[in-house]
Design a protein around this ligand. Structure first.
Ligand SMILES: [Zn+2]
Length: 60
């Protein structure tokens, strides 16, 4: 039985989805992972903005 690439639990083919690389994962795990990636992107954007602000205002 294939295992979910994210949580390592067995996946049932009827309920699993394929991630962007074609690995079988639970739909719930996949959605959680997508959420995590979105969150990380947002945090990076905030960090970048903050860094720019600090550079502009010479606070380093
Ligand atoms: Zn899973």
């Amino acid at each position: 039985m294939p295992r979910c690439f994210i949580c390592k639990e067995p996946v049932v083919l009827a309920t699993c989805v394929a991630d962007e690389r074609g690995r079988s994962v639970h739909e719930g795990c996949y959605l959680r992972k997508q959420d995590g990636a979105e969150q990380e992107k947002k945090e990076n954007a905030v960090k970048k903005t903050l860094r720019k602000w600090l550079l502009k205002h010479d606070k380093f």
